[in-house]
Design a protein around this ligand. Structure first.
Ligand code: ADP
Length: 626
């Protein structure tokens, strides 16, 4: 055999390859199987155009065999094989890809769908092997060649005996170390699992002799025997037409793959040709996984390139707000990339991600329109995620996501989309009203809610922390502004009524200021009319509402300079208490101050806020009771 050095840059590359490119050693098997599959494709492709190649597709296969005693793993195929020159040029130069050249020269249609493009996959086998022997015979050639290498030092190449055409790759596995049990790759079960994991959808059978047990005839004992089995299932479900696959089959696939015992809420399939060619099979789970709202949850889609799994959880394919979607994307366009970092910058991947995002959105809109009950179930599980989506990234996704939002409303407490709300708005209604609270029944106790409802306006009830933040980012919908009913500036009075109230406030300024000073923590005390039956109500003015202050104060690390809501205490002019306050101002200002404190405490309770100093409040009540 002739002894050769790798080309210099190849040496460096090989070293890098072995040590850093792949994070998991186990992917060497995927790479070798993909190469074998490419070789089978090439031969099959030629058989379609060259009449002297007589081979039927059904004969083409990949074989795996493991020899525990000699620590050898053999992967063979009856594909195109290589001549000595090809062997030299393909395996003697790292990053030289015969597959790429082949694709370039023959790319005229469907049939050429080879996986390899980078010319490094083969060398990944050096992560587990101390020596690799390749025997190969090109189809139609009488001579076979051998290539042998122990890694970076170089390789030997020469002639050899090989009965059939095709390629046989023998890995002499490294010795086991404390960290790595290379013998694992000789284990039948492990090999089967790896084939299932990475190469299940390779279109040719991957065969291996597996050990089985049977009862000895006429006896009670068992004996083992060997039987060749096809390990891969070959046809990916996502490559089949939706109409060919029953819902049951999709559901079973989903249940097995994602360990969910419930069927998915929605199955989404997408085939795309054009700027990006890919198939996607996606699922929306019926229920959020137990760890969905934690750091542990791994969002992403499984990424395949021509039936070969290249990444288990590709984050770049899914935006955060659709993180609940599970599934698979398979694209022949994707370069079987060598690292995650490179994949991230892949233009094709970005095109696919955008198309998938649009598809998911459209599916959700159609679910909302066609099966409202199901959509609401979905929203109960994942709606928060969509609302965070509106709020996050400074609102850049809000246009897209706003159609998907639904909120419970004052009318029948049923979910409404923003579109539905606007359609149901009264003629004289200018804004979209919302009120925040922990629960609907608590929100309904808010004086302002009662007042606005009495005008016949509907109110959106916001009970999730993120809700108000999301609406603030939206600012308006269909030209209608969002208004918190508890915002001081939200009023439903007519201009005349407003003018009258302003006048009263002006006249009572000294009294109101006295009350304000007595309370201490409000920015103003004012008379108002829109409080329904209630005597008092705390509203806020400015950017931060009381609810937002509450949410912000609960965030980790919130102590210190938190933005505070600026609270206004509103007193109902139509309530008998108003008159009482005015008369106290004339007769007993000390008592008026106490009343002010009491009203403030009442306002806090009604808005679901706590009382800072309950003991003093109780004393005050007792004092006023005697
Ligand atoms: P890639 O598969 O990315 O092109 P590899 O380093 O894995 O790169 O392989 C280099 C080249 O060697 C392949 O492009 C192919 O031409 C050739 N090759 C590898 N394995 C086989 C095989 N089993 N049969 C025929 N040719 C092969």
């Amino acid at each position: 055999m002739k002894k050769r050095q790798f080309k210099t840059e190849s040496q460096k590359l090989l070293d890098m390859m072995i040590n850093s490119i792949y994070t998991h050693k186990e992917i060497f098997l995927r790479e070798l199987i993909s190469n074998a599959s490419d070789a089978l494709d090439k031969l099959y492709f030629r058989s379609l155009t060259e009449s002297d190649i007589k081979i039927s597709r059904s004969e083409l296969a990949i074989n795996i065999s493991a020899d525990r005693d000699r620590r050898m793993l053999v992967i063979s195929d009856n594909g195109c094989g290589m001549s000595e020159e090809e062997l030299e040029s393909n395996l003697g130069t790292i990053a030289k890809s015969g597959s790429f050249d082949f694709k370039r020269d023959n790319d005229q249609g469907e049939e050429v769908d080879v996986i390899g493009q980078f010319g490094v996959g083969f060398y990944s086998a050096f992560m587990v092997a101390e020596k690799i022997t390749v025997k190969t015979r090109a189809y139609g050639s009488k001579v076979a060649s051998i290539w042998e290498s122990e890694g970076a030092d170089g390789y030997r190449i020469g002639e050899c005996e090989k009965e059939d055409f095709g390629t046989e790759i023998t890995l002499h596995l490294k010795s086991d170390t404390e960290d790595e049990n290379y013998s694992d790759f000789l284990d039948e079960y492990r090999l089967r699992t790896l084939v299932k994991k990475y190469s299940d959808y390779i279109r040719y059978p991957i065969k291996m002799a597996v050990t089985k047990f049977r009862k000895v005839e006429g006896g009670e004992e068992y004996e083992h025997y060997s039987e060749v089995e096809t390990l891969n299932s070959m046809i990916p479900l996502w490559k089949k037409n939706r109409s060919e696959v029953g819902e049951d089959e999709y559901n079973r696939f989903y249940n097995e793959k994602y360990f969910d015992h419930e069927p998915p809420l929605r199955i989404i399939t997408q085939r795309s040709e054009g700027t990006a060619t890919y198939n996607a099979l996606l699922f929306i789970p019926a229920r959020a996984p137990y760890n969905y709202y934690t750091q542990d949850y791994e969002r992403g889609l499984e990424l395949y390139s021509s039936g070969v799994m290249i990444m288990e959880c590709c984050k770049d394919l899914l935006p955060d707000y659709f993180g609940f979607v599970k599934g698979i994307v398979d694209s022949a366009d994707l370069s079987l990339n060598i690292s995650r970092e490179m994949l991230q910058h892949d233009r094709q991947l970005k095109v696919i991600a955008r198309a998938i995002e649009k598809k998911i959105k459209n599916e959700l809109v159609s679910l909302m329109e066609s099966d409202r009950e199901k959509y609401e179930k979905f929203f109960d599980e994942f709606g928060i995620q969509l609302k965070y989506g509106v709020y996050s990234d400074y609102g850049v996704h809000k246009e897209m996501l706003q159609e998907l939002l639904i909120f419970k409303s004052s009318l029948e407490h049923k979910y409404l989309s923003l579109k539905q709300y606007v359609e149901g708005m009264k003629e004289d209604q200018e804004a979209i009203y919302y009120a925040c609270g922990e629960r609907i029944d608590k929100i309904e106790m808010l004086p302002k809610v009662e007042a606005i409802k009495s005008r016949g306006y509907e109110i959106l009830y916001l009970t999730d922390d993120v809700d108000e933040f999301a609406l603030r980012v939206l600012e308006n919908y269909d030209g209608k502004e969002f208004k918190n009913v508890n915002d001081e500036a939200t009023s439903v009075e007519s201009e005349d009524e407003k003018a009258a109230i302003d006048e009263t406030n002006e006249k009572s300024k000294d009294m109101l200021d006295l009350m304000k000073d007595a309370v201490g923590s409000v920015s103003a005390v004012r008379f108002t009319k829109s409080l329904g039956k209630r005597a008092v109500c705390l509203t806020t003015e400015g950017e931060i509402s009381a609810e937002m202050e509450k949410v912000l104060s609960r965030m980790p690390g919130a102590e210190g300079n938190l933005p505070k809501a600026s609270i206004v205490m509103e007193i109902n002019l139509d309530h008998p208490i108003a008159e009482r306050l005015v008369s106290l101002y004339a007769s007993d200002t000390e008592k008026l101050k106490k009343y002010a404190k009491l009203l403030y405490a009442q306002g806090r309770l009604i808005s679901g806020m706590s009382i800072d100093d309950p003991a003093s409040l109780c004393e005050l009540i007792e004092e006023l009771m005697i």
